[in-house]
Design a binder for this molecule. Sequence first.
Ligand SMILES: Cc1cc2nc3c(=O)[nH]c(=O)nc-3n(C[C@H](O)[C@H](O)[C@H](O)COP(=O)(O)OP(=O)(O)OC[C@H]3O[C@@H](n4cnc5c(N)ncnc54)[C@H](O)[C@@H]3O)c2cc1C
Length: 138
Amino acid sequence: MLDVAVIGGGSTGTSIAYHLARRGYRTALVERRGIGAGMTALSTGVVRSFYSVPEVARMAAYSHNYFLRFAEEHGVDVFTRCGLLVVGGGPDADAIRANVEMLRGMGIGVRLLAPDEAGALVPGLSRPKRFSMLPPTS
Ligand SMILES: Cc1cc2nc3c(=O)[nH]c(=O)nc-3n(C[C@H](O)[C@H](O)[C@H](O)COP(=O)(O)OP(=O)(O)OC[C@H]3O[C@@H](n4cnc5c(N)ncnc54)[C@H](O)[C@@H]3O)c2cc1C
């Protein structure tokens, strides 16, 4: 007898099924094509917490922290910590600044960088007006 049937074996369904099973629910995962056959197969695999919608940012930060513990939890090292540099400015500058403040208020490790600081981190970068930087979560 099952407790839960999860429909869809992409990153969302497999994660939900895994976490339910870990909590002791008898869980079945139902997939019509193949595990990871949908949009998940197309993903570039970037894990970031820089999002503009608070609920999405909170879920992404949870996932980001999960990936940082992935080897510990699963015994397989699949995650490369590299940080993320988001470049913007001009008419977007105020929105980026507000976004960074919102994420920092949620405890997400984002900070604004001046062009020179970004240039020091990424040699060869040409000089746009503003930068923001998402370093790996510690
Ligand atoms: C080109 C590209 C690059 C991307 N890069 C990134 C990235 O770098 N980082 C990032 O975070 N996100 C990225 N994304 C987004 C990310 O891939 C998706 O948000 C994520 O994979 C969605 O997962 P999902 O499980 O919700 O959907 P899917 O992976 O589409 O899974 C849905 C599954 O449900 C199955 N299904 C549907 N209906 C039924 C049914 N009735 N019965 C049984 N099975 C069913 C499908 O066959 C499918 O396998 C990228 C997306 C694209 C297109």
